[in-house]
Design a protein around this ligand. Structure first.
Ligand code: CA
Ligand code: CA
Ligand code: CA
Length: 399
């Protein structure tokens, strides 16, 4: 198995250090602190596809000759999802103009997604005056194949739309229209022609194919047979990225490994995990989920620990972005997985930017911003003794 991709971030450092000081070569970081690697147990044919997808995702920088734009946000997937970790505010996406649950408005003014860059000769979009806009930070792309393979029934079993158990928490799925090119998962649950979304901050994408084809078209201005309409002209254009590459990228996302918890036996971390359960964080950030059957054996019927229920929760006015997607309301967000949280600063340039738009610059701040259904849990956090608060943070940083 070729391991070049695992050490790629270090290649430059290795060269520099070899020049500067030929005796001290940098040590490779331990495997559990890297995000950019495949899940265990792939066949060699699967590893080849993983590598092809890795190259397309990280190394293919589009230009005008290869289909970039004319309107775009960034020239490659990797420019926002660097190292597959969380994105930085400089690469945030902006969506605007959707002010109620009745669908997109301002489509004639470039909504809903803002493309703020353009090829020479074209005018980039600006946010029309009078519209509300939402800023979204790129999430880490780890472990997504596991999330994709959870059955709808398992997600629905965690939902409690009418809060029957009276704990103030009422997670709901986002019911969305599925694109004609997506394949319904086995035993998909339908409600009035809508299905359960699970990717994106409001769970508005059904699967990784929709997320990928949509990102090529909307973020990079690169059309495919799946999403053939150019965002600038509105016209159908010839594919600028072939289906096989789109599928390789989907495969890469499906088989990117999930972060594994570090310092699992440290007593302080163990105590922090208990606190996490006691104060109700775990009610939304559900520790363990199980996949159903998957054509990729390494993902089939596996337990994994994302710390998410994949459901939408009303997080209160403070986090209301005035923007709706599918059946998700303006104050509703999908519980973000917390795996990899402790590695966020590696990919965010030494600082952390948490919550959907990166407004929280520490884990404590992120917790204190929880409102709505998470109010009871936040209040319990505020009441913690210093030692328990510290343990909780140690636990969160071990994820
Ligand atoms: Ca194009
Ligand atoms: Ca636009
Ligand atoms: Ca409940």
């Amino acid at each position: 198995m070729s391991r070049h991709y695992i050490y790629r971030p270090l290649a430059v450092m290795a060269v520099l250090s070899a020049v500067a000081c030929s005796k001290l070569l940098p040590e490779a970081p331990p495997d559990d602190s890297l995000l950019d690697g495949p899940v265990a147990g792939l066949t060699s044919a699967e590893l080849q596809r993983f590598l092809a997808g890795d190259v397309a995702f990280n190394d293919e920088i589009f230009n005008s000759a290869s289909g970039l734009g004319p309107l775009f946000v960034a020239p490659s997937c990797g420019s926002c999802h660097a190292g597959d970790g969380k994105g930085h505010p400089v690469n945030a996406l902006t969506r605007f103009g959707q002010t109620d649950a009745n669908g997109n408005q301002y489509l004639d003014m470039g909504g809903p997604q803002l493309q703020h860059r353009a090829l020479p000769g074209y005018s980039p979009e600006t946010i029309p005056i009078g519209t509300t806009s939402s800023v979204l930070l790129a999430p880490a792309n780890t472990g997504l194949g596991f999330i994709e393979a959870v059955s709808d029934a398992d997600i629905l079993a965690m939902a409690d739309p009418n809060d029957m158990d009276g704990d103030g928490i009422s997670g709901v799925p986002n019911w969305i229209a599925v694109k004609a090119y997506s394949t319904l998962r086995p035993n998909a649950v339908e409600q009035n022609g809508k299905y359960i979304g699970r990717f994106g901050k409001k769970s508005a994408a059904y699967d990784l194919l929709q997320q990928t084809a949509g990102a090529y078209a909307q973020d990079i201005g690169v059309n495919s047979a799946f999403e053939p309409f150019d965002v600038y002209s509105g016209n159908e254009v010839d594919p600028e990225v072939p289906n096989v590459i789109v599928h390789d990228v989907v495969f890469y996302l499906q088989t990117l490994k999930a972060p594994i918890q570090r310092r699992q036996t440290d007593a302080h971390v163990v105590r922090g995990g208990e606190v996490f359960n006691q104060i109700g964080c775990v009610k939304c950030h559900v520790a363990e989920l199980t996949t159903g059957p998957s054509p990729i054996a390494a993902l089939s019927n596996k337990s994994f620990r994302p710390y998410s229920d994949l459901l939408l929760h009303d997080m209160g006015l403070g986090l209301d972005d005035g923007y709706t997607e599918g059946s998700a309301l303006t104050s509703e967000w999908r519980t973000p997985p917390l795996w990899g949280l402790g590695l966020a600063e590696d990919s965010q340039g030494g600082a952390v930017y948490l919550m959907h738009d990166g407004r929280a610059t520490s884990i404590e701040e992120a917790i204190l911003m929880h409102g709505g259904e998470a109010t009871v849990s936040r209040e319990a956090f505020v009441q913690l003794s210093m030692i328990d608060r510290d343990a909780l943070l140690a636990f969160l940083k071990s994820l």
